[in-house]
Design a protein around this ligand. Structure first.
Ligand code: NAP
Ligand code: L37
Length: 322
């Protein structure tokens, strides 16, 4: 049929062939994009500082307990903040803390004028009964740079995107999609996962950027069939390498949020990090693909910094108005 198997297409910035196994997706680097975002923010913070004599955006990361993964993510957030000029503070409450103690800490930070961004690092690592939603909702919507409070999530779900803080991971995914040059408007998008931090806000962002969105979850029948329809695929399920290349529509934009530690005796720590997408096979089908590590993870950190700078700017505007 018209030599289709030898038809050369230009997709993803590279020459590729249909019908053979030599399609190699363009890698969408989160490390590179995050670096660019942080450089831009650093300049903005310098400008704010010179205009408002020494003012610094302030961020607090509140942690309950001592999870190893949270410790790692928090240290990259503190490092990024220091690079940019954000005044970041880490408060760690013991896992024996009561819910009231956590709530009191949040309410105190809500009142602190030097704190412009406040996040509660999830999941909570507590020995006591905790209502996670109650705690994330206690954060003032004006300081909720994780975008997890009902007020911000509600605004996002209604498409009021300018007035809210967007959750960091989905916002980072949108930035990575933008890097590909592919517009999501009118496209078939599939999100795997419906959590409050990844899947649900990802659906909202794609929807209000005019994609037609399907959300899959653990009760979805025939996941490979759904995946095969996606021109844009965002995966946040926490299942190591579950999405196989053979499921993926040729040329699709594939964004992998998964962070999974799998045993690997050849590595010094005896394990390595992989995504929810099987990278080697996916790179033979996708047009664009994010790596793990070095994909969505660094963008999550960069978007937290961006939200904090936006929050500080809004704070300054509210001060100069009065
Ligand atoms: P989560 O709260 O556990 O949610 C997982 C979602 O995936 C749920 O909606 C679940 O469905 C769905 N799911 C699980 N198994 C499935 C299956 N076999 N088929 C279809 N759907 C399935 O996890 P999360 O917090 O959203 O995180 C998801 C992944 O992203 C994890 O690997 C996490 O480490 C990673 N993550 C990365 C970043 C980053 O910055 N890169 C940030 C946050 C999270 P149900 O709703 O039906 O249970
Ligand atoms: N904002 N983010 C916010 N709030 C929360 O409550 N849990 C949570 C959250 N998640 C989060 O911080 N995730 C995260 C995940 C990965 C990285 C950073 C943040 C990251 O930098 N990952 C690296 C390294 C991965 C590894 O070696 O484990 C990466 O390149 O993907």
């Amino acid at each position: 049929m018209f030599g289709l198997s030898r038809l050369s297409l230009r997709l993803g910035g590279v020459s590729r062939r249909h019908g053979d196994r030599r399609l190699i997706a363009t890698v969408v680097s989160g490390n590179k994009t995050a670096r660019q975002v942080k450089q831009r923010l650093q300049v903005q913070v310098e400008q704010i500082q010179s205009r408002f004599s020494g003012f610094r955006p302030g961020l607090v990361v509140l942690q309950v307990g001592d999870r190893d993964d949270s410790n790692l993510y928090i240290s990259s957030k503190l490092k990024a903040a220091a690079e940019i000029g954000i005044n970041a503070k880490h408060i760690r409450l013991p896992s024996s803390s009561s819910q009231d103690e956590v709530l009191r800490t949040v309410l105190g930070l809500n009142e602190d004028p030097e704190v412009h961004g406040l996040i509660v690092q999830l999941p909570l690592d507590s020995d006591r009964l905790m209502d996670q939603d109650l705690i994330t909702n206690a954060v003032s919507p004006l300081k909720d740079v994780d975008g997890l409070s009902c007020v911000n999530a509600g605004r996002l779900s209604r498409g009021e995107l300018r007035d809210c803080f967007l959750p960091c991971t989905p916002q980072g995914c949108m930035e990575l999609i933008a890097q590909t040059g592919v517009s999501v408007a009118g496209k078939q998008a599939v999100v795997i996962g419906r959590s409050k931090i990844v899947g649900a806000p990802m659906h909202d962002l794609l929807l209000w950027n005019h994609a037609t969105v399907t959300v899959c979850h653990s009760r979805t029948r025939d996941l490979p069939d759904q995946v095969g329809r996606a021109e844009v695929l965002v995966v946040g399920m926490g299942r190591a390498e579950m999405v196989r290349g053979e499921w993926i529509r040729e040329g699709a934009v594939v964004i992998d949020c998964g962070i999974n530690h799998v045993p690997d005796d050849s590595r010094p720590g005896g394990k390595r990090v992989v995504g929810d997408v099987h990278y080697a096979s996916a790179s033979q089908r996708a047009g664009f693909l994010t790596p793990v590590p070095g994909g969505v993870g660094p963008m999550t950190v960069a978007m937290l910094m961006q939200n904090t700078v936006i929050s500080a700017q809004r704070f300054l505007q509210s001060q100069t108005r009065t």
